[in-house]
Ligand binder design. Structure first.
Ligand code: NAD
Length: 508
């Protein structure tokens, strides 16, 4: 990683790469990338210009014409080799993720592991893109469906999972026969450039068409090019609900396809039947992991009144043991927020909590002094809050946990569902009836509902995504691949007559 960072320091990074064989230069102002860990300037990145963007799309379209004709298992073989590359560079890339984004080294390495895992999944999937066979009502007819690739897939990703989310999309999109244009967050462009470099050898050695994997850099404007462009068959966008609403409107306006993975406001219900030795670490990891900057971070804790005081005390004790500091130090639990804007949003939320009748159990503060020079380190906070307050209804992307009480499970489920978002949820209980009620159609309304594990830390094998303002999209495992393909229904007449469906007669 040192070599990579050294190179970045000495020359501005050029965006708009495809396989890396061609680099398009831009004349725009540079994007300065600072590490939230120590505030250091890591690199200056050229944002992609509109002209460059058009060249990238043309190259991608050309690549698609060839890539779609390669048999899916052969495409899977490319993805297998890509997975091997990420195994080779796991430590370096994981470290860069941690340094550029600020999450703990363990989580940075975990993100790269997710890439490796989704590569393995996609390789198997490349032989399982199944369609159904149907029984035709007409004699001598065969009816079946097959799945074809869509074309150019645009991937817009958020800063908090700077590499994993791209891979959930790209690996699946590739085995399905699509080509990809990735627009990473303007806050984390370097990890994206590193990924492109890591897979370069595979693309070049296999003589793949330039444009199978494209990268453009820049902010919301670059993202909006993908949304308005009819050449982009699918826009898969991960980020805030605010962004998702704009993307949905824009892409729907041209009847394009979109897949949205947006904000969460995730709750854990702690029942009187919970094993608190399992629940407490899960709650703390969910609330403070990645400094509360996961879409699946635990933001609300709905606790049975009979154990409320006990849970409260245990949480305060656990928070007292948290080590906050440089995320590259393996003993540290909580790293920095992404930037000073995020710190300002955290401070504003703390102000609103007090204004809206909340009671701080652990007050938040911005940390200062040695090791906190970037100005992005904050203390994780806990507040007792009335459920219906405005601030509780929103996702604040910071380590703030709201506590509330319940008496009956129905009441707890109503509280859990009573927010505009519907991403992740869980219940801690050893009572089978409660667990099943929580998972039933009358239970959690979220895309993810867990029992005796927290809200964050999903595995790639399941379809990932949420309901309501969390976007409704599904990515990664299970049958999420279908979003990256178009279904074609085929009927073949191998007889000598032309019988019509529904028994309709048409005789000449
Ligand atoms: P953000 O919405 O500010 O930006 C996300 C991406 O969208 C960036 O690449 C940005 O440049 C782009 N963008 C912004 N406005 C756009 C527009 N109008 N058109 C096209 N592109 C646009 O989000 P962020 O601060 O980077 O990430 C945090 C948010 O992402 C949180 O709300 C979090 O919950 C959510 N998130 C969701 C998931 C999920 O899978 N559900 C995963 C990670 C993050």
């Amino acid at each position: 990683m040192q070599q990579f960072l050294q190179k970045l320091k000495t020359q501005p990074v050029v965006s708009g790469t495809s396989t890396g064989q061609a680099f398009w230069h831009s004349t725009e102002e540079l994007i300065d990338t600072h590490s939230p860990v120590d505030g250091e300037l890591m690199a200056r990145v050229h944002p992609t210009t509109r002209d460059d963007y058009d060249k990238v799309v043309q190259t991608a379209e050309k690549a698609f014409a060839e890539w779609r004709t390669i048999p899916a298992p052969r495409r899977g073989e490319m993805v297998r080799q890509i997975g091997e590359q990420f195994r080779r560079y796991k430590k370096e890339l994981g470290t860069l993720v941690s340094y550029e984004m600020g999450k703990s080294l363990q989580e940075g390495l975990g993100e790269v592991q997710e890439i490796i895992d989704i590569c393995d999944f996609a390789v198997g999937l490349s032989r399982q893109l199944y369609g159904l066979t149907m029984q035709s009502e007409r004699p001598d007819h065969r009816m079946y469906e097959q799945w074809h690739p869509l074309g150019v897939v645009g991937i817009i990703s958020a800063f908090n999972f700077p590499v994993a989310v791209w891979s959930w999309n790209a690996m699946i999109a590739w085995v399905c026969g699509n080509v990809c244009i990735w627009k990473p967050s303007e806050k984390t462009p370097l990890t994206a450039l590193a990924c492109q470099q890591i897979i370069l050898d595979v693309l070049v050695q296999n003589d793949l068409p330039e444009g199978v994997s494209c990268l453009i850099t820049g902010g919301s404007e670059a993202g909006s090019w993908l949304c308005t462009d009819p050449r982009i068959a699918l826009v898969s966008a991960t980020g805030s609900t605010r962004m998702g609403k704009v993307v949905a409107r824009t892409v729907a306006g041209r009847l394009g396809r979109y897949l949205l993975e947006l904000g969460g406001n995730n709750a854990i219900i702690v029942s009187s039947h919970a094993d608190l030795n399992v629940a407490i670490p899960a709650i703390v990891f969910g609330a403070v992991g990645t400094a509360g900057q996961r879409c699946t971070s635990t933001r609300r804790l709905i606790i049975h009144e009979s154990i409320y005081e006990d849970v409260k005390q245990r949480l305060v004790r656990a928070y007292g043991q948290l080590r906050i500091g440089n995320p590259l130090d393996e003993k540290v639990h909580v790293g920095p927020l992404i930037d000073r804007d995020a710190v300002a949003a955290y401070q504003s939320a703390l102000f609103k909590i007090k204004e809206q009748g909340g009671r701080m159990l652990i007050d938040g503060e911005v940390l200062e002094g040695p090791g906190f020079g970037s100005g992005c380190y904050v203390r994780p906070a806990i507040a007792e809050m009335p459920a219906q307050t405005e601030i509780v209804q929103h996702e604040t992307f910071a380590p703030i946990l709201y506590l509330m009480k319940y008496a009956t499970l129905e009441e707890a489920i109503d509280l859990q569902n009573g927010v505009p978002q519907g991403l992740s949820s869980s219940i801690f209980t050893l009572n089978l009836r409660e667990a099943e009620q929580f998972l039933s159609a009358a239970g959690s309304d979220c895309g993810i509902a867990n029992v005796n594990i927290g809200t964050s830390g999903a595995e790639i094998g399941g379809a990932f995504g949420g309901e309501k303002e969390s976007g409704g999209g599904r990515e990664s495992g299970s049958d999420a691949w279908r979003a990256y393909m178009r279904r074609q229904t085929n009927t073949i007449n191998y007889g000598t007559a032309l019988p019509l469906a529904q028994g309709i007669k048409f005789e000449l």
